[in-house]
Design a protein around this ligand. Structure first.
Ligand code: GAL
Length: 682
């Protein structure tokens, strides 16, 4: 977790005038002739850039052969940036091993589930568990750290890059050996492993550790607990690499904070960032907008979760895009106002740095059509004009820097083991999407104008009026107790289908679903009734369920039915139930309702909990409110989610960004331009 000391060091990137929001990009000067660098730094000044991430993919340039080093160009780039007042988040450059290394040591190349080698030619072609790769990577890390330990431009270390983006699952023999060691640590005895994996099934009992393999291509579904443990192991294996680089850096430069860029976005799920967050000095994230009806909600959800991985403390947006990316099927350009609004949405959720991939758009290579701060068109472009405007805007938000995410009345629990386990094969349906369900709840709360914190399991729940635990599939005893205590202690708990079903070993909790949560909810489900793609179930509140349904039986007398199914096999039976418990309650939703379908349920829960929107009714859903706070002030970020002008009534306070109807006052309606953002200090 970040310490004030290390944060202070990081903030050397923020300028002599005090703490401010850092601004910048990945900078790849090694792709350009030297004369371009002078223009780069001049333009960086013009844009208000304060920090760049340097040398992320420069291994082949820094170490052109096993016994040759070329630091001259990097020395010059570091000096040049420093001379222009720009701090450097210096990469350890280990993300893409050079051809000489993979030629000499092909045994570092990852192997897929089906036994194919992942060849060089792109990037991140290394096995997380390869001792040979580790040795070469650490040699490079030590060389870079030693050389730049005292360089005045250095403000932070950037370990590797997006660890696990392409290489999280490796099924090689190195991985098999490391997996066995990891399992011995977890289970100690082979008997304990046999029990946890349920190997009595299909004659899988192991008599020796050496017999165990990663879940490689098999004749049918590999053992589910083996698969789940392999996911845990794979996350840990990369974490181990992160720690190895970090420890080398800390040894050589104890005062320089270390980070690595997470990928809290979309369906990237291989790395348990709730577990990784404690390994870094400050949390960084990369986020790219995913087109679709919930794209804005997804951005907000990801930023919100990133901040809570950082414990509410400021974090670093290491990458996003000024406009289109290059890796989606169709790469949509950002519309007018979107880039600045998206950036400020991250700031609204606690980002104290706004950076892009990348500074100058490449002329060659796989990412040449990916947008950048300086696009192919050059500085005479809307993109660059917006980049300059964003730089100015961030400078005016200086008072916000250092403030934390202010707690919301609602929490949405986010749980990596449940994400991994609920989407495994050989399940009632392969249509279930863990993160999509969580996002739907977030969308429904956004529509209601109620702030929700997206928090990892393990976050203290007391203090939240409502806790939503969507598809909380893996529920160890401790978590079951925590949730039951929360509801019994006056909290309002909400959970959904396929929750509480298994323990940490992916063993079903017997006696009826939802297993570990059955008694808190006061219900019992005998069997799941997932729906085919063309099937839907109607509910008596006018909404429609898809993907999943169940026949829910009420067990306790204090359980009420909020909504019933009206057609299909479950017609007349409860679809949504609520158990009242003194001041608290426990609500269960047995089908997938989607963001709009959840709105009435969310309304009922909020009403029972006495939670009201902080926004006036006419702007709810059109405007997102996110709040940051210091000891003496709160900062209200009002984000216009629409392409129309919106007036937000009755917001008192000093405007740091935006305008009011009547220009001079500190109260009265705040005017949001289309896709505009206002910030009010209250
Ligand atoms: C990230 C990566 C960058 C760049 C970017 C493109 O995955 O860290 O190097 O590839 O995506 O969107």
């Amino acid at each position: 977790m970040p310490t004030p000391e290390t944060e202070r060091t990081w903030l050397r990137a923020t300028g002599p005038e005090g703490r401010r929001i850092a601004y910048g990009a990945d900078y790849n000067p090694d792709q350009w002739p030297r004369e371009v660098w002078d223009e780069d730094v001049a333009l960086m000044r013009e844009a208000g850039v304060t920090v760049v991430s340097l040398a992320i993919f420069s291994w082949a340039r820094i170490q052109p052969a096993a016994d040759r080093w070329d630091f001259g160009w990097l020395d010059e780039a570091m000096d040049l940036l420093h001379a222009h007042g720009i701090g450097v988040d210096l990469a350890t450059a280990t993300a893409s091993p050079p051809p000489w290394l993979t030629t000499a040591h092909p045994e570092i190349l990852p192997v897929t589930r089906t036994g194919e080698t992942v060849w060089p030619g792109a990037r991140q072609h290394w096995r997380p568990t390869s001792p040979v790769f580790r040795e070469h990577a650490l040699t490079l890390v030590e060389a870079i750290a030693t050389r730049y330990a005292d360089h005045p431009a250095l403000v932070a270390w950037h370990v590797n890059n997006e660890l696990g983006c392409h290489n999280v699952y490796d099924y090689s023999d190195d991985a098999a050996r490391a997996f066995r060691r990891w399992l011995q640590d977890r289970y100690t005895t082979i008997e304990a492993l046999n029990h946890a994996w349920g190997t009595a099934f299909w004659s899988q009992a192991y008599s020796d550790w050496a017999q165990i393999l990663p879940p490689r291509l098999a004749a049918s579904h590999p053992n589910p607990t083996q698969q789940l443990d392999f996911k845990r192991f794979s996350s840990d294996a990369l974490k181990d690499h992160l720690r190895a680089e970090r420890d080398a850096l800390r040894r050589i430069t104890p005062g320089v904070p270390v980070t690595t860029n997470f990928m809290v976005m979309g369906e990237t799920k291989g790395m348990d960032y709730a577990d990784w967050a404690r390994e870094v000095d400050f949390v960084s994230n990369d986020h790219y907008v995913l087109p679709g009806p919930q794209s804005l909600d997804e951005l907000s959800f990801s930023a919100n979760l990133t901040g809570h991985l950082a414990g509410g403390r400021p974090w670093f947006l290491m990458e996003h895009s000024t406009s289109a990316v290059n890796w989606q099927p169709v790469n949509v350009a950002k519309k007018a106002g979107e880039m600045i609004r998206d950036s400020l949405t991250h700031v609204a959720h606690g980002a104290d740095a706004v950076c892009f991939f990348q500074w100058r758009q490449s002329a060659a290579g796989a990412e040449k059509y990916h947008s950048a701060m300086v696009p192919h068109a050059g500085v005479d472009s809307d993109v660059f004009r917006d980049v300059v405007e964003l730089g100015r805007t961030l400078a005016t938000l200086q008072p916000v820097a250092g403030s934390r995410q202010a707690p919301a009345p609602v929490a949405i629990l986010f749980d990596w083991p449940s994400w991994w386990a609920s989407e495994q094969d050989s399940h009632p349906t392969d249509r279930l999407r863990y993160r999509a369900e969580a996002l739907d709840w977030y969308s429904a709360l956004l529509a209601a104008g109620v702030r929700a914190d997206v928090v990892p399991t393990g976050t203290p729940l007391r203090g939240y009026d409502v806790v939503v635990a969507p598809v909380l599939h893996v529920v160890p005893d401790r978590l079951a107790q925590e949730l039951a205590d929360y509801a019994a202690g006056g909290g309002h708990l909400v959970t959904t289908y396929f929750s509480g079903v298994v323990d940490e070993n992916d063993h079903v909790r017997l006696g009826g679903y939802p297993g570990a949560l059955r008694s808190a909810l006061g219900i019992r489900v005998q069997q799941f009734a997932p729906l085919l793609d063309h099937e839907q179930v109607r509910l008596d509140n006018g909404t429609v369920g898809s993907v999943w349904s169940e026949r829910v039986d009420l067990v306790d007398a204090d359980v009420e039915v909020l909504v019933r199914y009206t057609d299909g096999e479950t017609a007349g039976h409860p679809a949504v139930t609520r158990r009242r418990q003194d001041a608290g309650s426990a609500t269960y939703v047995s089908t997938r309702l989607g963001p709009q379908g959840l709105e009435p349920v969310v309304g009922a829960v909020l009403e029972a909990a006495g939670v009201r929107s902080e926004l006036s009714a006419d702007v709810r859903g059109r405007v997102e409110l996110a709040v940051r706070a210091t000891q003496d002030a709160t900062f209200w970020f009002l984000v216009n989610r629409t392409a129309e002008r919106v007036e937000v009534p009755d917001i008192a306070g000093e405007l740091l960004l935006g305008v009011r109807e009547e220009t001079s006052s500190v109260s009265g309606p705040v005017v949001l331009q289309p896709r505009g953002v206002a910030v009010v200090r209250r």
